[in-house]
Design a protein around this ligand. Sequence first.
Ligand code: ADP
Ligand code: ADP
Ligand code: ZN
Length: 213
Amino acid sequence: MKIVMLGAPGAGKGTQAKMIVEKYQIPQISTGDIFRANIKNGTELGKKAKTYMDQGALVPDELVVDLVVDRLAKDDCANGYVLDGFPRTIPQAEALTAALAAQGDKLDYAIDVEVPDENIVNRMSGRRACVNCGGTYHIVYNPTKVEGICDACGGKLILRDDDKPETVQHRLTVYHEQTQPLIDYYNGQGILKEVDGTQDMADVFADIVKVLG
Ligand code: ADP
Ligand code: ADP
Ligand code: ZN
């Protein structure tokens, strides 16, 4: 099963992708996580990506596409995957379609997790991310057992710099301009499924399971 998660920053793509991983035993591929791991390890890619991410801008397509296409060629992707945070632009989506088509392959579902902008700033300012494993929590909606400590790995939780309200506003603008057009793109391919992302996490997931079967 090959799935793309769509939705605004903070809509819950990562949260739902993790639940999909558990139930369907396919890997989650998050370009944001890949970039953050590169930044942490001080790689060239990380250095380049950071300048864009800090401003809430998108990393240029040419730094993203090959990275993802290479990742999808790994053995663990043989039975499918859930892409979270990619594609984010029409050129990225077209490159993905072409790379899959070259192998006689295609995506099965594009799941759009719909959350209105007014809910997003709240979600982001309460989001806490583990510096060690990338796990995400929310101080109100999904708190950890011990404040500031990741339930999964014991790592320290932080508020991401790009989750501060000033940057979130810009990320939302970028989303509407560059990423939202993907909804029409995948609708045109006949694989778009929309779910109401304002529900509780478990209810959002139940709707996704109805789609995936
Ligand atoms: P969120 O989960 O809040 O939507 P991500 O972790 O997916 O955020 O992305 C964080 C940042 O990483 C983005 O604001 C952008 O700068 C960069 N990024 C991640 N994925 C992509 C992509 N596919 N194309 C361009 N930039 C990306
Ligand atoms: P995305 O990957 O789309 O940027 P996340 O999955 O990281 O979004 O979720 C953003 C924040 O909102 C996190 O703090 C997360 O715990 C919280 N969150 C996710 N889904 C829900 C939901 N259905 N209701 C309330 N909060 C949620
Ligand atoms: Zn952790």
